[in-house]
Design a protein around this ligand. Structure first.
Ligand SMILES: CC(C)(COP(=O)(O)OP(=O)(O)OC[C@H]1O[C@@H](n2cnc3c(N)ncnc32)[C@H](O)[C@@H]1OP(=O)(O)O)[C@@H](O)C(=O)NCCC(=O)NCCS
Length: 382
């Protein structure tokens, strides 16, 4: 009996509960429902920090001083433009899903980059900051071209979130809308070893460059089990229509063993701590825009899902994000790209961690196919 047969290896499907490395970027306590970036509570960051501050915190390890913040802010503002080749590429793909366009454009930026394969820390951080600045321009240029409108030149004055809304709609957002966008980006900036960040690390682990890692990460984020839930939540609210229909709708879905979108999480057993910061804002926006039914339906779904809370299935960040985006005038298929836009610094810093202490990520699968067998000539098959 071989050693392999003597002790069957334990399979961790989906790598559930497996620690594959150490990381100094973010920590999640799934039971307590806590999330920290570099030790700072997500609640403190959501209430006090700007996206630019969080970007500096994630990329450089500490909250920036005033002069450091001004430096990173200037660099982001100066890096927003995208090359003409990328504009042409977006125009040629304008009818594709925005995540397909974003993935292709980021990949093409790598092909146009003069130093794509330099994975030194300084180059990686410079490329990462540039990508953080360029992703909103890709997304908004696509949106405008698809609408038959000219893309809006990036602002040299507005903050990251406000500039995104400005490039999207061509008018300066209100201070409230700009802050909501900013908070949303802060909440999405980093989240440990989620599928897209893990993907980025796997790609970077082979020695491939940052553009390759982020292209793959965007691909991973495009799936409904990861980034697509906010889009599905809007579909769900439309389908439910009235708060009074929510309980029966949830019951029907659960009878078919279908997941309720915007609920559940691989790591959190308590409520996703990010959800709270969007819940209040979704309610306020719903009323401000004279569309209170959006929030009312969401709350009715939360009530209908109450019995599942004791099983660890609670509301997650995507549950409220979709309604906020909808009320900000953003079409449904642009919801996941916004998630990607917030997550760029998280992906970049995880790639940096991987590169700085690299090991090829190469797990094993247990073979359970047919036993060894002899070759069968083609005429003897069938
Ligand atoms: C994110 C997700 C893929 C995690 O799946 P997972 O890791 O398998 O989740 P868990 O292991 O915690 O599931 C435990 C149980 O809760 C159930 N569950 C999980 N999410 C659920 C949901 N959204 N609605 C209803 N039941 C759910 C599972 O079916 C499972 O039940 P079972 O033991 O009877 O099979 C899943 O929760 C999901 O599909 N959610 C909806 C999509 C979404 O909102 N994604 C965004 C995440 S930020």
């Amino acid at each position: 009996m071989s050693e392999f047969e003597a002790e069957a290896p334990r399979v961790h499907r989906g790598l559930k509960d497996v620690y594959f490395d150490r990381s100094g970027v973010s920590s999640i306590d799934g039971r307590a429902g806590e999330l920290r970036y570099r030790g700072y509570s997500i609640h403190d960051l959501a209430e006090n920090a700007t996206f630019e501050e969080v970007c500096a915190l994630l990329l450089y390890g500490e909250l920036p001083t005033r002069s450091q913040l001004s430096e990173i802010d200037s660099e982001l503002k100066a890096s927003r433009a995208i090359p003409a080749e990328i504009h042409a590429l977006i125009a040629s793909l304008k009818h594709a899903h925005p995540m397909e366009v974003l993935r292709t454009a980021v990949s093409a930026l790598g092909a146009l980059c003069p130093e794509p394969s330099d994975t030194s820390t300084s180059t990686l951080l410079r490329q990462g900051l540039r990508l953080t600045a360029q992703v909103p321009t890709i997304i908004t240029s696509h949106y405008r071209l698809r609408q038959g409108l000219n893309p809006v030149e990036p602002s040299r004055e507005l903050a990251h979130g406000a500039n995104f809304l400005y490039m999207l709609h061509g008018i300066q957002p209100t201070a409230d809308a700009a802050r909501i966008m900013d908070v949303d980006l802060v909440l999405h900036a980093e989240h440990g070893s989620n599928a897209s960040s893990f993907t980025a690390r796997v790609v970077a682990g082979t020695g491939a460059n940052l553009y390759a890692a982020l292209t793959a990460a965007i691909g991973a984020l495009s799936g409904p089990a990861h980034g697509g839930a906010a889009e599905d939540v809007i579909r769900m609210v439309r389908e439910i229509g009235e708060p009074a229909n929510a309980a029966a709708w949830v019951k029907e879905k659960r009878a078919q063993r279908e997941p309720i979108m915007g609920f559940g999480h691989r790591v959190y057993r308590a409520k996703d701590p990010r959800a709270r910061h969007l819940s209040d804002r979704a309610e306020r926006l719903s009323h401000e825009f004279g569309q209170p039914q959006w929030y009312a339906v969401l709350q009715a779904v939360v009530e209908a899902m109450q019995p599942y809370s004791r099983l660890g299935v609670n509301v997650n960040v995507d549950f409220y994000a979709g309604v906020i985006y909808h009320l900000l005038g953003i079409p449904q298929d642009f919801f996941v790209p916004i998630f990607a836009m917030g997550r760029v610094p998280g992906w970049v810093i995880q790639v940096r961690e991987q590169v700085e202490n690299n090991i090829l990520i190469r797990p094993l699968t247990v073979y359970d196919g047919p036993p060894s067998r002899g070759w069968v000539p083609i005429d003897a098959r069938g």
